[in-house]
Design a protein around this ligand. Structure first.
Ligand code: 5GP
Length: 190
């Protein structure tokens, strides 16, 4: 998506440890017009997939998931990084290794929010090694629901997570695919 690529070039900052800071338009201050255009893109790609629910993980995926859910006229659901208040047996859970902090944590959703009849579109802001998406996929599988597809705003393709997930047969659509970031911190798109 040309507009997202241009925005990344204009406003993203390559931080230490291979982390792209996009807090000025995607992660903290949210450019809702851009969000809406991202959601339009995913809608055009997945409109015929019978999507019944949008699933993401807190917190930076929530805004994108909400606006995408509006386009599909379905609910948006986010997995929590803590166990919540309910008993563990009422929750679906999966483990994530955090890309930005290197820590392991569980993500959970209440079982009652995903049913076997659901066709779930997974949405997230970033894809790097794929741990967050694989955990979201696991939650959907544990609920015996179907994965309609996966949409990410920015894929760091050189990390390999996207290729791995596609190799399992999932339809994964990234709106900006970064091929490399060179020593001068120039961002090269696929
Ligand atoms: P993965 O699990 O695919 O390795 O990493 C994806 C998750 O890590 C995303 O949900 C996102 O929150 C975070 N992440 C990965 N790479 C970056 C990055 O370059 N910048 C930011 N802001 N978050 C990232």
């Amino acid at each position: 998506m040309k507009l997202l690529e241009e925005r990344i070039i204009k406003d993203a900052v390559v931080a230490a440890k291979d982390v792209l800071k996009v807090d000025g338009f995607l992660n903290q201050m949210m450019d809702t017009e851009l969000y809406s255009l991202c959601a339009d893109e995913w809608y055009s790609k997945f409109a015929d997939c019978g999507v019944t629910k949008i699933l993401t993980v807190e917190s930076s995926g929530i805004g994108l998931a909400c606006i995408t859910a509006m386009k599909f006229s379905v609910p948006a659901l986010f997995a929590k990084k803590s166990n919540g208040l309910g008993g563990k047996r009422d929750l679906l859970s999966a483990e994530v290794v955090s890309f930005t902090h290197g820590l392991e944590y569980d993500i959970t959703v209440p079982k009652k929010f995903i049913s076997p009849e659901d066709k779930v579109l997974i949405i997230d802001d970033f894809l790097a090694n794929g741990s967050a998406l694989k955990a979201l996929i696991e939650l959907v599988k544990k609920a015996k629901a179907e994965i309609a597809g996966i949409g990410v705003a920015i894929e760091k393709a050189y990390k390999g997570g996207g290729d791995e997930i596609r190799s399992y047969g999932y339809r994964l659509e990234a709106l900006a695919k970064i091929k490399s970031i060179d020593k001068e911190k120039n961002i090269i798109f696929d």
